[in-house]
Design a protein around this ligand. Structure first.
Ligand code: BTN
Length: 320
């Protein structure tokens, strides 16, 4: 009943208790109790004696009903698990993937206590951001699937541009920078046997309203968020819905058209190519000028001696 009342109120205008009661075939007291429950969940519902109830605000919380209301995907997020707190959505989604959950299963949490980033790093996940992981089972080879995080980077950067009026840039392989600082990141983990891909878990973390002081000292100068210190400015639910929708669409296009169109988009939004960089790949530090991203998504560097080197993983540091 609560759900129906909410959707009737969302159509707009004041709706009287009598009308709601009539439409639902319940008493006005039952309506009043459901409205109270909605208010307890954080919905702003005003009531005036003669005109009835008006929905004036929805809570800035990741509520299942709100996420599904307007989610236009066919696969991504159709199986959705929403948590207040988790150690890591990535670990939870990987567990589900290993146990055969359907493609598109999405795990999202208001905050994470052990959020993980690439290369074994921690991902700070205070409340107010977006932290989610999606299970994909695309009919791709392992090599083809390594381009998925770059495709996701393009989707994410464009969604942030649209929803937060920021100008995101992509740093290889898939960091999203705003004014040179990292605001969002993508962690992609896969399971495969030989060339046969079982699953990909795509984890996305977006800092939304965290202030510089909310980040630990060691990353305070390199991290940022979409709207530092301004809550309410970004509608997290709409942003999340749009990312899922655009991602579904782009992954379908990627499977049909290949990586080329996304490589062009990635290149247009990149902050890496043409710059002198150092790359820590876990074994050594490689230096050179970032020339291009190749068709496999690897970064091609021109070293000081003029030789070219392909780098497939690592952390990029800009020299200037
Ligand atoms: C990176 O840039 O290093 C990747 C960051 C990925 C963070 C996300 S938040 C949701 C998901 N759960 C995790 O523990 N990590 C990813």
């Amino acid at each position: 009943m609560k759900k129906t009342i909410l959707s009737l109120l969302k159509k707009g205008g004041p709706v009287s208790g009598e009308t709601l009661a009539g439409q639902l075939g319940v008493s006005r007291t039952a309506v009043w109790k459901s409205v109270k429950r909605l208010r307890d969940e954080g919905y702003g519902i005003e009531s005036s004696p003669r005109r009835g109830y008006t929905l004036v605000s929805v809570p800035d919380r990741l509520l299942v009903e709100e996420i599904y209301d307007g989610l236009a995907t066919c696969v991504l997020g159709r199986e959705m698990l929403v948590f207040g707190e988790l150690p890591s959505t990535q670990d939870y989604a990987k567990h589900l993937a290993q146990n055969g959950c359907p493609e598109g299963t999405t795990v999202i949490a208001e905050r994470q206590t052990c959020g993980r980033g690439r290369l074994g790093r921690k991902w700070e996940s205070p409340p107010g951001g977006l932290y989610f992981s999606i299970v994909l089972r695309p009919p791709l080879s392992l090599l083809e699937a390594t381009r998925i995080p770059l495709v996701a980077g393009v989707v994410l950067a464009r969604a942030l541009e649209q929803y937060a009026a920021v100008q995101p840039r992509l740093k290889w392989p898939n960091d999203i920078l705003i004014a040179g600082r990292k605001a969002a990141g993508i962690l992609s983990e896969m399971s495969a046997e030989m060339e046969l891909l079982h699953w990909v878990v795509l984890g996305i973390g977006i800092n939304i309203d965290a202030k510089p002081s909310d980040f630990p000292k060691e990353i305070g100068s390199i991290a940022t968020s979409l709207r530092p210190g301004e809550s309410d400015a970004v509608d997290r639910v709409r942003l999340f819905q749009d990312i899922l929708f655009q991602l579904e669409d782009s992954l379908a296009r990627f499977q049909v058209e290949g990586f080329e169109p996304f490589l062009m988009l990635w290149t247009e939004m990149n902050d890496t190519l043409g710059r002198d960089v150092r790359i820590a790949d876990g074994r050594e530090m490689i230096e050179g000028r970032a020339l291009e991203i190749d068709a496999d998504g690897a970064l091609v560097l021109e070293c000081r001696d003029g030789s070219k080197r392909r780098v497939t993983t690592g952390e990029v540091f800009f020299n200037e």
